[in-house]
Write a protein that binds this ligand. Structure first.
Ligand code: PMP
Length: 418
């Protein structure tokens, strides 16, 4: 960190403390965004190939207008009748399989996961939760305790079991359900029983795993036969990011018992939700009142509704599929003879580039060099997976073919510069 006590970075560290980390060796001071571009305090433009919250592009005028209009009219909690929340709920639920016909609004993905886990534990004999080995599901105490990616400083719950990240398994379609079965058996042996298996449908923090399509079905069956539920965490893959489908679980042709949504839902407005089967909503809601002050407020709903308008009108799911497929195939072509890039995974506009050392082990140092190299070339990406050794490419969905070409030009230079 800079030692100049007047600098923003120094003051930030002093005021916010060490838990709030910044990106990049040379942190960015971003002041403005539009579409797929971000601008720093000196007016320098960066191509955003990282941020999934602004799903329809930074500061999309239709979303900004919708939220501004509603902010000037009314912004209150949900204990009065309102058309907005019901219209939006019906519209969003129509994008889900018929079995998932109830929605409960929250303000963040963490709250949505927390609620789903609470509902699962409420109605089942067991309390056990099964997650992947590098999963991240959020910030509340209960959810941090099912998030192994937070590291050893954050202990997992006694009734939490981890299964390997799917890309580490040889025959995923059979080995992944088998791993979930082992976790179920262990939970039963220790007397915890099973409440749920929860997985990010594209395994973002495990290093982006999209294939083979369908491998989540077996895991869902295993957990259901043990009396538990399957919760799809759609906070990252949801809202069309994986191309062709609105929801990540759709790609796997599986229907979860609950799905949790967040990040892109309001293009930056804090709105998230748990979508669930009505019998689960009934089981929980008939006994427990759930009131979340800011959740589903009219301004957040106005933004979320405008997000759906833009996804439809600008055909962003098709764009994610088209541009994502181009990006993936070009990255595969570029790296086919590079032993340090072991695999390009992902679907639509969510790609992971697996960076390894000469012995084929995850190479955090090289991934870090690349992430910072992109940043210096004014292209923003991130990293994920074990030791942050997987490059994470996850831009706003209006990412164009020209944006993809700009990204690929920088990639070619960085891969050649080693
Ligand atoms: N689930 C997943 C898969 C996430 O990536 C995140 C956030 N990174 C969350 C849940 C928690 O969402 P939030 O930060 O909105 O609380």
């Amino acid at each position: 960190m800079t030692s100049n006590p007047e600098s923003l970075q120094y003051r930030r560290a002093r005021a916010l403390g060490p838990a709030s980390r910044l990106f990049y060796r040379e942190p960015l001071h971003i002041v403005r965004g539009i579409g797929t571009s971000l601008f720093d305090a000196d007016g320098v433009e960066y191509l955003d190939a990282y941020n999934n919250v602004p799903v329809v592009g930074h500061c999309h005028p239709r979303v900004v207008d919708a939220q501004n209009r509603q902010a000037g009219l009314l912004n209150t909690h949900t204990r009065y009748l309102s058309d907005h929340i019901v219209d939006y709920a019906e519209r969003l639920l129509a994008t889900f399989p018929a079995d998932l016909s109830n929605i409960m609004f929250t303000c963040s993905g963490s709250e949505a996961v927390d609620l789903a886990v609470r509902i699962a534990r409420h109605g089942r004999a067991g309390t056990g939760i099964i997650v992947t080995e590098n999963a991240y599901h959020g910030t509340t105490a209960a959810v941090a305790a099912i998030s192994p990616s937070l590291g050893t400083g954050q202990p997992l719950g006694a009734d939490v079991r981890v299964v390997p990240s799917p890309h580490r398994l040889d025959d995923v379609a059979s080995a992944f359900p088998a791993a979930v079965q082992t976790a179920v058996d262990d939970l039963n042996r220790h007397g915890h029983g099973v409440a749920a298996f929860i997985a990010d449908s594209i395994f973002s923090s495990d290093g982006v795993v999209s294939d083979p399509v369908g491998f989540l079905c077996g895991a869902a069956e295993v957990v259901r036969s043990a009396g538990g539920l399957y919760i799809a965490d759609e906070v990252q893959p949801g809202f069309g990011r994986t191309g062709a489908h609105m929801w990540g679980f759709d790609r796997h042709h599986v229907v979860p018992d609950m799905a949790v949504l967040g990040k892109p839902m309001g293009n930056g407005m804090p709105i998230a939700a748990t979508v669930l089967r009505p019998d689960l909503a009934e089981q929980f809601g008939s006994q427990i009142r759930y009131f979340n002050t800011f959740a589903g407020n009219p301004v957040a709903i106005a933004a979320a509704d405008a997000v759906l308008d833009v996804i439809e009108d600008e055909e962003l799911i098709g764009n994610a599929q088209r541009v994502g497929a181009y990006l993936k195939s070009q990255l595969q072509r570029m790296s086919s003879d590079l032993p340090r890039i072991s695999e390009i995974r992902g679907a639509g506009l969510f790609l992971g580039v697996d960076v390894v050392d000469d012995d084929g082990r995850p190479d955090r140092g090289e991934a870090d060099r690349l992430v910072n190299g992109y940043r210096d070339a004014r292209v923003l990406i991130g990293s994920a997976g074990q030791g942050n050794s997987v490059l994470k490419i996850r831009p706003p969905l209006p990412f164009s073919m020209n944006d993809a070409d700009r990204f690929l030009t920088v990639t070619e230079q960085l891969l050649a510069s080693r």
